[in-house]
Design a protein around this ligand. Structure first.
Ligand code: HEC
Length: 128
């Protein structure tokens, strides 16, 4: 009888240990999910991407023929900060697609440039 009680005791301690370790893992997952940006409003200021220095040159170099200086393919013009920032959600979708992406008929932008535009968007589309 003593042995049974003892082994039950050991088993329950083991169970408590298992349950509590599960709980803390869930907490980690919970917080990990919290840091993933799904809204595009994450104000990450660690390495601030610049519209003038980082973003505008990518657009000028890859999109200007069809979307700048009077060209408005698909009704989309991106001549300046105001025009570009209002469309950046759609831009990120279009440059990230695997087929039918922008630049239309061209090479897919390098992943680093796509990431740069996405980061700028997530940092709050700053006019910097
Ligand atoms: C060779 C011309 C050309 C280039 C270069 C080009 N586009 Fe486009 N873009 C188009 C055309 C044409 C459309 C209209 C939709 C279509 O025909 O696919 C369009 C549509 C769009 C749209 C709206 C699509 C939608 O469904 O909302 C966005 C956003 C866009 N382009 C972004 C860009 C970006 C960003 C670049 C540069 C990385 C770029 N485009 C380069 C021709 C071009």
């Amino acid at each position: 009888m003593k042995k049974i009680i003892l082994s039950l005791f050991v088993a329950s301690i083991f169970l408590v240990f298992v349950i509590s370790s599960c709980t803390s893992r869930n907490e980690e997952e919970y917080f990990a999910v919290q840091t993933v940006d799904t809204t595009g409003n994450n104000q990450d200021t660690t390495t601030l991407v610049s519209y003038q220095n980082d973003i505008a040159p990518i657009i000028a170099g890859n999109c200007s023929g069809c979307h700048q200086g009077g060209a408005q393919s698909g009704g989309v013009s991106m001549n300046n900060y105001a025009e570009f920032s209002s469309k950046v959600d759609r831009v990120v979708v279009m440059i990230s697609k695997t087929t039918g992406f922008m630049p239309k008929g061209g090479q897919k932008l390098p992943a680093a440039k796509i990431e740069l535009i996405n980061t700028w968007k997530n940092q709050g589309k700053k006019d910097n």
